[in-house]
Each structure stands twice: as C-alpha cells, then as structure tokens.
Ligand binder design. Structure first.
Ligand code: SF4
Length: 263
C-alpha cells in the first residue's frame, strides 16, 4: 500500500479540469472498476449525477443515506430515480431510530455541539460503515454553490472513508445545470419548487425567503447559515489533511502515470 495526499492530486486535477462530467464518470469507472459508487442526497445536483449514471449505464451503484428523518418527498424522489433511471440505490441507515437516539442522548439537533454528533451518527457513520467496499465515491459538490464549496476540486481525498472523492460537476455552472435539467427532464425533489433550495433532514431544514442565501434553511434554528453536516471531507476544515492508503498500482492509475486518460 502507498499513501496518496491531496497535494499529490494537484497536477491530475489540473488535467481533469477540462473534462466533461460524462468523461469524468467514465474515467472513474475505468480507474476504479467495481470499487466506485456514487452518493446522492436526491437534491438537484445529485439528481443530475443520477441522470448521467442512468444514461451511461456503467453499473455504478448509488449510496443514499436515509437518516430516518428525511422528508417523504426525498424518499419518493429516490424511488423514482431508481426506477426510471434503472439505478441500484443502496440505502444506508443509522444504527438507532431517532426515537431511540433521543431516548438515549436527548434532542441533539437543538444545539450546535449536538448537531455535529447527530450528523455524525445519522449521516457520516452509516457511510463510513461501507468504507471497505469502495476506493472512490462520485459526489455532486459544485463550486457554484459557494461557501466552502467554492474551491471544490474535481478529485479530493477522504481520509475517513479512505477513498477518492470525484466531483464531476465541480465546475458545472448554474446555467449548465439548468440547461441539463431542461434538456433531460431530470427528476428532481418537488420540495425545490416549494421554497427549499437545499434539503436535508426534516428536523433541520426550512424553506428560505427569496432574498436569503440558498443554505439559510439548513439548521436555521442554530443560527449561522453556512453549516455543513460533515459527510463531505472538503466541507470540513482540515478534512483532506493526511492521506489515504491505496495500492501503488491504483495510485499510478489515478495519477495517470501508467494508464493515460484517453477519451
Ligand atoms: S441534519 Fe439534523 S436531524 Fe439530520 S442528522 Fe444532522 S442534526 Fe440530526
């Protein structure tokens, strides 16, 4: 095994910057084979990635974390996407129901410190539980969403999952998103049309006013508008520090040292 750091990916990221999302998804399949999955929370960008996966027919499964307190519309969007795009969606769940968690620990999501623990228990840990199955996860983070996402690299490391995160939509603009959705009639969560620009758990998500930032409805009861759940390493301060351990052969393929990236 050898160590791969975020800095090791700098040159590769520059090379991949001009690639289209489809090309990046194909590259992910060529590079990681059966050990790549996508992850989607069934929000707009995640739905676009699912649509692309359905069109490409590469047999890449989709991970979906069901915290047990999601909106019904989100679950129905997942089911529609699985059925209509022909995708295998692997639903991951926390160890406890929310009722069991509250009985044991109290209502964690009512304080900033508790929110971190709750998101870890209900979002991050279910994902980390399948870390051994994958060397790469295709995510749908976009620089156009601003905040901590403004510098999202195409490839990043995720030390907690010991995997590479691939963001094929990293440099997709808002206009490209809109055009893709209209052209391909992408299945989207109906809550987006009901005042929810971003959607998480029903306990911690509200609609936003037209003049508010997009993420104003996330953890509104806790104050600041720029909080993240921590499931994405690049959203967390220092989240990509350290390195991940992969076989040298795989690192060579990721970095294009042996098998060059051919379109
Ligand atoms: S978004 Fe809220 S309810 Fe959901 S896991 Fe995080 S703190 Fe818990």
């Amino acid at each position: 095994m050898a160590l791969l750091t975020q800095k090791d990916l700098d040159e590769r990221n520059q090379q991949l910057e001009e690639r289209t999302p489809d090309e990046l998804i194909r590259w992910a399949k060529d590079t990681f084979g059966e050990r790549v999955a996508a992850i989607s929370a069934m929000q707009t960008a995640g739905s676009i990635v699912c649509c692309m996966l359905g069109q490409l027919k590469l047999d890449i499964p989709v991970l979906f974390v069901d915290t047990g307190v999601l909106f019904q519309e989100t679950l129905e969007t997942r089911d529609r996407i699985a059925a209509e795009y022909g995708l295998e969606i692997r639903t991951l769940t926390p160890k406890q129901t929310m009722a069991e968690q509250i009985a044991e620990r109290g209502i964690l999501y009512l304080s900033p410190e508790g929110q971190e623990i709750c998101c870890d228990l209900r979002k991050s840990q279910p994902l980390h539980a399948v870390a051994d199955d994958y060397d790469a996860i295709i995510s749908s983070l976009r620089r156009g969403d601003g905040g901590k996402r403004a510098k999202t690299p195409i490839l990043s490391i995720d030390p907690k999952m010991n995997c590479v995160r691939i963001n094929p939509l990293a440099n997709f603009t808002n206009e490209q998103m809109q055009e893709f959705m209209e052209t391909h009639h992408v299945i989207t969560n109906p809550l987006h049309e009901q005042g929810y620009p971003t959607i998480g758990c029903n306990r911690c998500t509200t609609p936003v006013l037209p003049e508010e930032p997009k993420r104003a409805g996330r953890w509104r009861h806790l104050g600041p508008w720029s909080m993240y759940c921590g499931i994405n390493a690049t959203d967390v301060e220092g989240g990509t520090e350290g390195g991940i351990e992969l076989s040298l052969d795989l690192i060579d393929r990721i970095l294009g040292r042996e098998t060059d990236f051919v379109i």
